[in-house]
Design a protein around this ligand. Sequence first.
Ligand code: HSE
Length: 436
Amino acid sequence: MDNKTIKIGLIGFGTIGAGVVKIISQSRETLEKRLGASLELTKIADLDITTDRGVAVAPGILTDKADEIFDDPEIDIVVELVGGYEPARTFILKALAAGKHVVTANKALLAKHGDEIFSAVEDKHLNIGFEASVGGAIPIIRSLKEAMVANDIGVIEGIVNGTANYILSKMSDEDCGFEMALKEAQEKGFAEADPTFDIEGMDSAHKIILLARLAFGARIAMEEICIEGISSVTPEDIQCAREFGYRIKLLAVAKFDGQALDVRVHPAMIPASHSMANINGVLNAVRVCDNYMEENILVGHGAGALPTGSAVVGDIVEISRNIISGAKDRLPAQSYQGKHVRKIPLKNIESVESEYFLRFGVLDQPGVLSKISGILGDHSIGIESVIQRGRGPQGKGVPLIIMTHLAVEKNVRDALSEIDHLEVVCQKANFIRVEN
Ligand code: HSE
């Protein structure tokens, strides 16, 4: 079997595409020794076939027509690294229709069109690899599908966006504002030119929706879950969090109590002693709690040409092994057999219980605290601790910070909208959920 060659068509010759080309060429010998066959990049399609990506490609393999890949009967595996919804969706469906296996890093596409794409994979008895779609180099997809196959997962959560984590870490380490941290992330090439998906939580939402599909067999749409980003987090929030012994992270959470799923993305305060509190900079982490392994945390680089490229190549090799051995339908694409992937009731964010960090701007005058604590009490919200910063000049606001005991989110929202109307409140409340 040593002289078998697996032929690959790559669509999308950007940063990760170049990483994949580099790894396949640089690790050729290692790959051959481990796979027992060779990998050949037969064609690379991209609209731009002139820019130098800093990697050598064999003459004549570049094309600006993706159809040349689908039409080439020799190509076994199509790697889609275009990103976004279209034309990536069409490319993947065309590849599957042509009987080719697929590897992709496209979490947005799988989160939105997962049902259609996974059905096409299952109908055609093909493979789809998407390890690179969540957490870059972190092997979480394979771990869920294989190592944790017997485990009933109760919680899967993580820091799954490197850009947001870089910004929050920078704001925390250097006491700088959001805009400045974002600018630096962009200058260093961590954030996309349009970083909206990263900082507003959509990228993390795509990833947790995909993880929840694998962990719980759940079909979830973006519109069904609470998604909040980090653009409203201030340096004051971060400083106060530190004083209370917490760090602020953009968390993607999915919890299952056997009846309903609690899936959400938002900035959260986590204790400094928490296993994910020191995941800083562009690092990602995914934490899984289940009935057998208890707690597992996987940490690694969530982005970048080589970390993400190595996850793509890992998928190519996995699929190549199935091709070589003739194995069909060996590993269900969605971890569950397709017929067991279903809608599971989702908890409304208003019914979720947590502790809350509340920050108000209030007039510095007698009776303010009792008014606010009275309203919180009326909504069954207990206070754990209070800090009032400094003395403000007459008629000017001072920050008031309250940490609550466990409270139901609806009660917190109702209380805050009442408090925001008080005359003594000069700056509306900002709240951050606490995840212990
Ligand atoms: N833009 C993502 C991040 C990387 O910042 O983590 C790709 O998923």
